[in-house]
Design a protein around this ligand. Sequence first.
Ligand SMILES: Cc1ncc(COP(=O)(O)O)c(C=O)c1O
Length: 423
Amino acid sequence: MPDLTDRHASVVGPVIDFDTTIEIVASEGSWVTAADGRKYLDFSTGISVSNLGHQPPTVKRAILDQLDKVWHSGMVFRYESMVSAAERLQRVTPDGIDKFIFINSGTEAVEASVKLARKVTGRQGVIVFRGGFHGRTMGSVSYTTSKAKYRQGYHPLLGSVFVTPFPRPFRWKMTQEEATGRAVEELHLLLKHEIDPSEVAAFLIEPVQGEGGYYPAGVDFLTELRRLGDEHGVLLVADEVQTGFGRTGDWFATSGYRVRPDVLAMGKAIANGLPLSAVGARGDLMDSWPPGAHGTTFGGNPVCCAACVATIDTLADVVPQVDKLSTHAFDRFGEMQQDLAVIGDVRGLGLMIGVDLVQDDGHTPDPGAYEHLKAHCLEEGMLLLNCGPDGNVIRFIPPLNVSTEDLDRGIDIIDSGLRSYRG
Ligand SMILES: Cc1ncc(COP(=O)(O)O)c(C=O)c1O
């Protein structure tokens, strides 16, 4: 029998580009076990999906209990787990987000959010921010500008989508304040020259850019979007698919920033690994989105909703601990940065930390450093991901309930990997 990698290659299309060829056979907490018996510290967390680590017992129990009752899909019956999931979301989402719908994936949540915005405002324009990642389906890929590769070969994309800069202080060699000023200025120019605000349905933004390189938008930039939105009737749509469910130290990054979105796209960690996503919105907006204007077969599957309820209940004790772990991780990366010229910048919120690896000039991205580090981590039994258009930013996203010991173990491995890099 050929090994799994060969069998995979002969029957699974290569377009879905897996990060490693490791075959996993078991998982628990922050660890996964490979078929050869090796254990890996999993700091990839499925790109911020398993915020509670692998197989959290409370979520597993809820899934099994629900399986014994109902696991039908298809917009026919009402069921307890969906209503409970929406009630939980209402409790943890930013003030003003009152009603919810459930779908299956992040990209669908973004598409549904924009459909809602277009339908209720009667406007078509959407403004997005360069470097954003919003998914891969035709609508969402039209909003995704983190890498040209994701759009290459798929044109024409959706019309009336306008791209404006997102503040990137390190890349622009500016302070956060200067970068915010530049991004605000560009946005105002866009609204003057390309689309009148009266025709814009939504600003679609990640409050911390994920795939784009772990850049926080900053409170001043989000506040300006809120102000412009209120002035011109443009909805603020926060894509919190990656930042949600405690990742940034608050339930949602917009709650931490105290900037109220009108629409909130959620996914990834919402059910700690089962396929579920949701859109939340102001009650008046949801109520003016008429019945049948959107739909789904599998969205809000009862088992996924039960997992969501248990995930949120379990996270309630975990989210308040994130700040402490975050401070510890930032301190350690900060110390490392003093010693190692390859670290150009350390940024992010909570346990969503980007470590920008650069060449000797202190600024030019060094993807080779990340490739060296990734190989080192695999050797040492750790899984890590990167982000940013150049692939040079460490995407540090451990489970939120990681032990301090495992957190330090992971950072130690990164430290030794970067120290052994010779450019
Ligand atoms: C911010 C953001 N939005 C949307 C998506 C798309 O989610 P999915 O892959 O579940 O479709 C992602 C996925 O990485 C994301 O990070």
